[in-house]
Design a protein around this ligand. Structure first.
Ligand code: ADP
Ligand code: MG
Length: 592
């Protein structure tokens, strides 16, 4: 019996759509790329509910004739190549004729378009992969496409979409890549009627500043190199503006954003010795290469490119970036200790670092209960009822805890990352960052519901320049920040912070809010049920003490106390283990 059949067109299209259109951000990418290919000078993007309700892209490009509009949504319909030879000289973003057919296979799509020659424009409406309306349109020039009900027929994809903020972030990521690859095109971007980007036609440097804010300007260093293999042009960001995320790394090949871990490595290696471990340099690098020397047809979303001469490009790229770093004398002027991003944003920071081991009190007698100490430490109270139930779940030995027999030192820091606490019959090893995240998270969540956090008025209000997109994030969380003791108003493109929770310094507060509003930090791990939970999680992340922070002995004890006063003590807000225990048996297994 024969079993092979040709798939019906709508199923084939849906499968193809799965490769090209993975989320709302992919639709934005494909539509904007089509507008760029249509030689336009102005592109407007309208998004509603992170693309789940609407994605609309309007351009003033060459437009389509009535007939072209009729076939543009069929699979493999393209005006960009005609023969296989054309594949070796691709200058357009698209060429496979897949995007529009893929989008119409998984959504409702209404298109209006007019080309220069026609007197009247035309429209076409596609629902359930069928043309349901064709008509004339009053559109002036160019093309306007509106995509609704994305993934209405692909529940698996729809259900796998992330929270609205994360999907919006992905859309913005795509948008940034596109508007940085074509600074000569004017762009506007709206989300739920709020204008998030208004980018006039400009040179690349001004485009970078328009997208990322004024602050980046003084950190940009030009890169320029002409060779027979490739022309390199663009900007790198000085190491002292490096970030903990990779949000500002852009590599373009013939005006197409691409991902290449090989060339990325070449760029980063030029910074060797200039950056500390967890920091990523920013770069905006454009390579111009003869199209016949590259292949962009190796990946469904065309974000990967094969180079004929990758080794040479690697070498040229590295040396030209090194050269720029040298010419602008970056090496001697950096003071890594001054990098505010590396400071632990916590009151611990202000105190003199000092190693707990040295703090041992020589007069201390473990057999005499301390009367002078006013610090009620975790150990001091560990036999009290409230803590027991929390500890029993993992170590029944706590029940028999005998204070007088606890080993010393009672708590110390290890690798500036863990707190180690020997108990009578087990050893507790606590991750300091996660413990603190748990403490802050519960404190914030409690405060959001009861307004319990004390606020201090700042002597000098803090002014922060913010972008429209940051304003949106701020406005979403305005009320919650207030309940956490932050007093912030928005005026003339600036946030003015006049009040903040006690115990944080001016600098720390500025850092915390900057971090909070940096959409590049928006975390995909934070799957939250509510805005309050989201804010509590993300602030607990940015405000927690980090690995590398030296903690005084009192601070270590406080951390333990506070942790074991939490409702949940085993896991941090991001569901990671806070501590582990070794009992005698575990240790004996390793050494008897
Ligand atoms: P591709 O971009 O690979 O050619 P698409 O499915 O994205 O395939 O688009 C199909 C065709 O529709 C394009 O080749 C182009 O001729 C036309 N088209 C799509 N969008 C636009 C637009 N905004 N302006 C003018 N023509 C467009
Ligand atoms: Mg296309």
């Amino acid at each position: 019996m024969d079993v092979i059949k040709i798939l019906p067109k709508n199923i084939a299209n849906q499968i193809a759509a799965g490769e090209v259109i993975q989320r709302p951000a992919s639709v934005v990418k494909e539509l904007v790329e089509n507008s760029i290919d249509a030689n336009c000078s102005f592109i407007q993007v309208y998004i509603k509910n992170s693309g789940k309700s609407l994605i609309s892209v309007i351009d003033d490009g060459i437009g389509m004739s009535k007939n072209d509009l009729g076939i543009a949504f069929q699979r493999h319909s393209t005006s960009k190549i005609t023969s296989s030879k054309d594949l070796f000289k691709i200058k357009t973003k698209g060429f496979r004729g897949e995007a529009l057919s893929s989008i119409s296979a998984i959504s409702e799509i209404e298109t209006h378009s007019k080309n220069e020659k026609d007197k009247l424009g035309n429209m076409i409406l596609i629902k359930e992969n069928k043309i349901v309306e064709k008509n004339v349109s009053s559109i002036d020039r160019g093309t306007s496409i509106a995509v609704k009900k994305i993934f209405y027929n692909v529940p698996a994809r729809r259900n796998f979409l992330k929270s609205d903020n994360v999907e919006l972030k992905k859309i913005i990521d795509e948008f940034q890549r596109l508007c940085l690859s074509h600074p000569e095109i004017k762009f506007k971007f709206y989300h739920n009627k709020t204008e998030l980007f208004d980018l006039p036609s400009s040179k690349i440097k001004d485009r970078i500043v328009a997208v990322f804010g004024k602050k980046i300007k003084e950190f940009l260093v030009p890169v320029k190199e002409k060779t027979t293999v490739a022309n390199i042009e663009g900007y790198i960001v000085k190491p002292n503006f490096a970030k903990k995320t990779r949000g500002q790394q852009f590599l373009f090949v013939n005006n197409r954003f691409i991902k290449s871990s090989f060339l990325h490595h070449s760029i980063v290696s030029a910074y060797e010795g200039l950056l500390s471990d967890r920091f990523h340099p920013g770069y905006f690098i454009s390579l111009n290469i003869d199209p016949s020397k590259i292949d962009v047809n190796i990946h469904p979303t065309k974000t990967e490119v094969k180079f004929e001469d990758e080794q040479s490009i690697y070498a040229i790229l590295k040396s030209s970036i090194k050269h720029s770093l040298g010419v602008f004398q970056i090496m001697p002027s950096i003071d890594f200790n001054k990098n505010i991003n590396m400071d632990p944003p916590y009151s611990y920071k202000e105190k003199q670092p000092d190693f707990p081991i040295i703090e041992l009190d020589s007069k201390f007698n473990p057999f005499v209960k301390s009367e002078t100490s006013n610090i009620k430490s975790f150990i001091d109270i560990v036999d009290q009822n409230s803590l027991h139930s929390k500890l029993f779940s993992f170590d029944s030995n706590f029940k028999k805890l005998d204070l007088d027999n606890i080993e010393f030192p009672r708590v110390f820091q290890l690798f500036l990352k863990y707190l180690v606490c020997p108990l009578k019959s087990s050893l507790l090893i606590i991750n300091q960052t996660r413990a603190h995240q748990r403490i802050l998270y519960e404190r914030f969540l409690g405060a959001i519901t009861s307004n319990k956090i004390d606020s201090q008025n700042l002597v000098f209000p803090i002014y922060l320049d913010i972008s429209p997109i940051q304003l949106k994030f701020f406005q979403d969380q305005d009320e919650i920040l207030k309940s956490l003791g932050f007093n912030i108003v928005f005026k003339k493109k600036q946030l003015i912070i006049s009040g903040a929770p006690e115990e944080y310094s001016q600098n720390q507060i500025k850092n915390i809010i900057e971090n909070f509003l940096d959409i590049n930090n928006l975390d995909e791990d934070i799957k939250s049920l509510s805005q309050a939970d989201y804010v509590a999680k993300s602030l607990s992340k940015s405000m927690s003490i980090k690995t590398g922070a030296v903690l005084k002995i009192e601070e270590q004890k406080n951390l333990l106390d506070d942790l074991f006063a939490c409702k949940e003590t085993l896991l941090c807000p991001f569901n990671r283990k806070i501590f582990i225990t070794f009992d005698q048996k575990d240790i004996q297994k390793k050494i008897d």
